[in-house]
Design a protein around this ligand. Structure first.
Ligand SMILES: C[S@@+](CC[C@H](N)C(=O)[O-])C[C@H]1O[C@@H](n2cnc3c(N)ncnc32)[C@H](O)[C@@H]1O
Length: 232
């Protein structure tokens, strides 16, 4: 079975889309998390360039579900990477939106012990992913959020911390990921609701992202990209 060094050596991350993948250090961290907990049934929304998938699959040495509707936009780079690494036989890939695939898997009574959320990063997209993940993750299994530097993810993080007592939030050494462990049943009654606001740091990061997207190539945009990389 191949390992992290093989991934590092052989994975192809085209320069123009490279930053959409998880950082190698993050992939490595997730790899060890899976190994340590002996997770076998894994799923991710946002398969992208296949880096997180490769790190997950080499740790579990088992089947992995990957979901991404836009693989063809990236010339199937993620799928090609998984094939090149010899992991293709363990990949169950859906070229569709997670909001279509997750209910289907739930309906089939599928369960998972590790679910990585890295697809649509808008609040509602991530919330839907978390919701379905919470219905399919097994007791003692993990739901892991990526890109906690983003305001939308911070809100989801706060929602889960305040409202989902069926999950334990486990702080990590690594920035930019959040780990929730399923510890029991969801026993909230129908009137339950705890408000969840974002932090002032998340407000700043959101403004920076907006600046990057709104501006033409300018000094302000370049400065915003630098700030983004520091915050990440
Ligand atoms: C940050 S990238 C994921 C990177 C990937 N984890 C890796 O390490 O290569 C986000 C991915 O989510 C995908 N995506 C966007 N909306 C989605 C959705 N609704 N369902 C599933 N994937 C989605 C995008 O096509 C993109 O490839």
């Amino acid at each position: 079975m191949i390992g992290l060094e093989d991934i590092k050596k052989n994975i192809e991350l085209p320069e123009n889309i490279k930053s959409s993948a998880v950082k190698f250090s993050e992939g490595e961290y997730i790899h060890h998390l899976i190994k340590k907990n002996k997770f076998k049934k894994t799923l991710e929304t946002g398969f992208g360039l296949g880096l997180s998938a490769a790190c997950i699959m080499t740790a579990s040495e088992s089947k992995h579900v990957g979901i991404d509707p836009f693989q063809t936009n990236y010339d199937n780079t993620g799928l090609k990477n998984i094939e090149k690494l010899g992991l293709k036989n363990n990949l169950e890939f859906y070229a569709d939106y997670s909001h279509n695939v997750l209910p289907k898997l739930l309906n089939e009574k599928r369960t998972f012990d590790f679910i990585f959320i890295d697809g649509d990063h808008k609040f509602d997209g991530q919330f839907v992913d978390f919701y379905y993940a919470s219905l399919m993750v097994e007791k003692n299994g993990f739901i892991v959020l990526h890109d906690t530097w983003m305001r939308s993810t911070t809100y989801l993080l706060n929602y889960a911390k305040k409202n989902r007592k069926d999950f334990e939030y486990i702080p990590q050494e690594l920035r930019n990921i959040a780990v929730f462990k399923k510890i029991g049943a969801d026993e909230r009654d129908w009137v339950h609701f705890e408000g969840f606001g974002g932090s002032s740091k998340s407000y700043v990061t959101h403004k920076v992202i907006q600046k990057i997207h709104e501006d033409e190539d300018s000094m302000m945009k370049k400065a915003a990209i630098k700030v983004k990389n520091i915050l990440k």
